[in-house]
Ligand binder design. Structure first.
Ligand code: ADP
Ligand code: MG
Length: 247
């Protein structure tokens, strides 16, 4: 139990009778890179929405760091260290990369009164923004508007804005979606880097990426866990093979 950072018991979501997540028991080990895979409509994004409390569960329980968070306010979930990356909405296209990250650095302070007392100056914030841009390899483009970045670099910027919240757990929903080969390599390396000292739970369709990055894989199909384990175990499962052949 001590090395489990996220746990669900019988987690369920139905949308007016349609069971999108049908009672799943998930355990994510602290410090691991854990992938959630499965055909379209399997319930992966819904699981993310339930964990981060963007959607209320219809049944079951969610634990984070040993505390039940099943009904916790989503802002408090984020503040307690579980943060999901958003694919598009998290960046401001007309602002420079530095400003995007600087704004993200100020964001957690709006969640709690005592953060308002922060004595960080703007210079400190830009200094930290530059460190984060460096960490994701975007220093050269830091004064560019986010809108002018290539698609792959936008994804790197999103990682930087998520990292600005210094999350213990990062939930990444399809971080490689729409990327070409080189960007995939780059983002995979970035994920490896940001996963040091953190837990990463990601939904990803690119099986090669999943195989390379993940310690544990959970396969969802029609809202249920079909298989779980390291890649070799999951890939050898006949049910997994047939679920993937159809999609
Ligand atoms: P995945 O991310 O694995 O592709 P989702 O979690 O997005 O799947 O969706 C799982 C199922 O739940 C799908 O059949 C989808 O149509 C349905 N669903 C998701 N969100 C809603 C919603 N807000 N209202 C009704 N049905 C939904
Ligand atoms: Mg999805």
């Amino acid at each position: 139990m001590t090395d489990t950072i996220i746990e669900t018991r019988g987690l369920t979501k139905d949308f007016r009778g349609f069971v999108a997540v049908g009672g799943i028991d998930l355990k994510v080990r602290k410090g691991s890179i854990h992938a959630l895979i499965g055909p379209n409509g399997a319930g992966k994004s819904t699981v993310f929405n339930l964990l981060t409390r963007f959607l209320p569960a219809s049944g079951g329980k969610i634990f984070f760091k040993g505390e039940e968070i099943t009904r916790r306010d989503p802002a408090l979930v984020a503040q307690s260290g579980m943060v999901r990356s958003f694919q598009i909405s998290s960046t401001f296209p007309a602002f420079s990369l530095r400003d995007n990250v600087r704004i993200a650095l100020q964001r957690p302070r709006q969640l709690s009164y005592h953060f308002w007392r922060s004595d960080k100056t703007l210079a400190d914030l830009y200094g930290r923004a530059d460190e984060l841009l460096d960490a994701v390899g975007l220093t050269r483009w830091r004064d560019l508007r986010a809108a002018d970045l290539s698609y792959g670099r936008k994804r790197a910027l999103e990682l930087a804005t998520t990292l600005a919240l210094d999350p213990e757990v990062m939930l990444l929903d399809e971080p490689m979606a729409g990327l070409g080969h080189e960007d995939i390599e780059r983002i995979a390396n970035l994920i490896r880097k940001v996963a040091i000292g953190r837990t990463v739970l990601m939904v990803e369709h690119n099986l090669k990426v999943v195989a390379d990055l993940s310690d544990t894989i959970t396969v969802l199909a029609r809202g249920k866990i079909l298989a779980e384990g390291p890649y070799a175990v999951v890939a050898a499962n006949p049910e997994v093979r047939s679920a993937y052949m159809g999609s």
